[in-house]
Design a protein around this ligand. Structure first.
Ligand code: PLP
Length: 345
């Protein structure tokens, strides 16, 4: 029995029906397999409710519940040298998110992986060999039917897409380190909505990020939990290093980052102890090193927290650097140089 990304009691049509109902006129694009090459269009493609279509044809109703309420979920991995990273782990995490939200995408995990690979393969010719993609899976509970609708699609809305990584924009972070600001907005507690699920509703994190960026447009927000301990940022997990021990917030208060897990495994391999812990701002201010992890950044050193330099303010610190080197070895791709090669001369 294939593992279904399923949840009970959500009625929906099959994808066979979906395919018929949502068929869009085919337009040629080099990224669509078998498409005519006579066109000069260089448009990425996306999987959209059963078909691979040019991105501009993946159109979603304003009655879609993810647009109306953020009633949807997503996951996102990246490629390293055009090879996808831990797709099974990302889809397993996505499966848990969808089960928690009781959203049924009507696809198995294997189908989700296969379609992700197909979309990636179709889009790879559109970037050069030094660039890479985020590969994202997005599922909404679907479109609200209000009666008299011309919009015929029913059931979950499923999109699988590729987004070029913002390598140049983020390159300076690998030279200078990240400036973290702790906003007054607290991370949604697990009692309200589990942060372990990767919801399409990022408003809590966005409100924190807006506040941080009002102080410093280049800053990254890292929100505290309701107890005043560090939780996470808009797309990143938080780590400190003190006296040779790595600390990171407890798993029930944060998304289980795949990069977080990778770093914890690499640290164990290097013999560096890692503890899931309560970390308050005092702990961060007196830490020897602070770093963030995320799919795109992998690991990036933090220079300041609330304007206070971490140690002497130079990044990465020795343990952060050792983990970055181990991460590069693990993925067999020098993503640090991929960023730093894009620094302005
Ligand atoms: C809220 C949140 N925390 C942490 C992360 C980091 O997770 P990952 O390492 O899987 O990218 C993300 C990534 O998108 C996120 O959205």
């Amino acid at each position: 029995m294939p593992t279904r990304l399923s949840a009970p009691n959500i009625a929906a049509v099959t994808h066979e029906q979906t395919r018929i109902r949502t068929r869009v006129p085919h337009i040629s694009s080099p990224a669509v397999k078998g498409a005519s090459m006579t066109t000069t269009t260089k448009e990425r493609v996306a999987y959209f409710n059963g078909e691979i279509v040019p991105e501009s044809k993946a159109l979603i109703s304003f009655r879609d519940r993810s647009f109306k309420y953020g009633d949807g979920a997503f996951d996102m991995t990246r490629t390293f040298g055009h090879k996808i990273f831990k797709i099974e782990e990302h889809i397993a995490r996505f499966s848990n998110t969808l089960r928690y939200f009781q959203i049924d995408p009507h696809m198995t995990e294997k189908e989700m992986i296969d379609k992700s690979m197909e979309v990636l393969e179709a889009n790879l010719p559109l970037i050069d060999e030094t660039e890479d993609y985020w590969v994202g899976q997005r599922v909404s509970r679907g479109t609200d039917i209000v009666g008299g609708d011309m919009w015929e699609h029913e059931g979950a809305t499923v999109v699988i897409e590729c987004t070029p990584l913002p390598l140049k924009a983020r390159a300076p972070l690998f030279k200078d380190g990240i400036d973290v600001i702790v906003p007054s907005v607290r991370r949604t507690p697990p009692e309200s909505l589990s942060p372990r699920a990767k919801s399409h509703n990022y408003l809590n994190l966005i409100m924190g990020d807006l506040e941080a960026k009002a102080y410093n447009p280049a800053a990254w927000a890292v929100l505290l939990d309701m107890q005043g301990n560090f939780a996470e940022g808009i797309g990143s997990n938080f780590f400190t290093v003190k006296d040779g021990v790595i600390h990171t917030p407890r798993s029930q208060f944060v998304l289980g980052g795949i990069s977080r897990e990778t770093v914890m495994d690499l640290a164990k391999g290097l013999g560096i102890p890692v503890v899931e812990d309560d970390i308050d701002p005092f702990d961060a201010y007196v830490a020897d090193e602070v770093f963030l992890t995320s799919t795109s950044l992998c690991i990036c050193g933090v220079r300041t927290v609330n304007g206070k330099p971490i140690a002497d303010g130079t990044t990465p610190g020795p343990i952060t650097k050792a983990l970055m080197d181990a991460y590069v070895d693990f993925v067999d791709f020098d993503w640090v140089s991929q960023y730093t090669s894009r620094l302005e001369a």
